[in-house]
Each structure stands twice: as structure tokens, then as C-alpha cells.
Design a protein around this ligand. Sequence first.
Ligand code: PNS
Length: 159
Amino acid sequence: MSKAIYPGSFDPVTMGHMDVIRRSADIFDELVICVLNNVNKSALFSIEERVKILQKATQDLPNVRVDHFSGLLTQYARQQHIHVVVRGLRAVTDFEYELQNAQTNRKLSDGYLDTMFLTTSLEYAYLSSSTVKEIASFGGDVSDCVPDFVAELLYAKYK
Ligand code: PNS
């Protein structure tokens, strides 16, 4: 049975993430989305909120489950006995950061954890959770960027 972890901040999940989730769920028998802390970002939604959002957004995908973890991704992967990580690559600007993370995780895990990249579909290449939050904070239209219920939650946060 093939399994993979899709880790991220997901603050909140965007259509770009959803694209990677759906395509990964088609490739692997089981996909675990894991909400982790990115020490370089301060979050708008709590971990619990992000997990709930992801669970709702993926409720039609039977081979996807959502989890969270407060430690290193490599520790989580070993705990779960999963040695593949999936990440999306939007543009060349993502590459350096993703390469460094993938190599760090491989080194930290003594080669246990490998990273596979899916190139983000072109229509979502411009999207990021940060951009979506900025647009929503000014009351702009984020209906193409996130699932409808997430847009409502975003506007409520910025009320
Ligand atoms: O969606 P993001 O913010 O780009 O995801 C980054 C994330 C959360 C996957 C990364 O920061 C992470 O793995 N955090 C957990 C702690 C860890 O393992 N850090 C080392 C990664 S090189």
C-alpha cells in the first residue's frame, strides 16, 4: 500500500493546495495531510481550525486523512511509517526553499524520507495563503482562491 504525507501550514488551505491534494490522492493509496508549524510564519487560524478546515475540504476524498504534529516532519514520518513527502512547486521562486527542505529532511532522517514534487496547475501558480489573507483582509474577492466556506471563515476573521 503506497502512502505519502502532504505537510504544510495550510493557513488556510487554498485551491492550489486542493489541486495537489486531489492529484496526490490519485497517485497514492493513502494521503495524510499533516498541519505543522512553520517557525517563520505567524498563523491566522489555530492548528485545530486548520485541521477542521482541511477535513471539511477533503471530505469527498476517502483515502485522505488529516492530522497535525508539533515536532519535526521527519519525526512524524517515522512515527507513521511513511517515507514519502509530497510538496507542490509553483514557480522557480519556490525551488530553492523546497530543495533545501527536501535535502534537510533526507539528511535528518538518514535517507528515510524522500520528497516528491508536483508542479502546481497553471491556474493556481500565483496563489499563496499569504496573498489570499491579504486580499481577504481588505475585503477583496477570494472566491477563486479558496473553497467557499473558507472564504467565509476568512472574512469573519477580518471583521
Ligand atoms: O506550507 P509551508 O509553510 O511552506 O510548510 C512548511 C512546513 C510546515 C512543511 C515546514 O516548515 C515543516 O516541515 N515544519 C515542521 C518542522 C520541521 O520539520 N522543520 C524542518 C523542515 S526543513
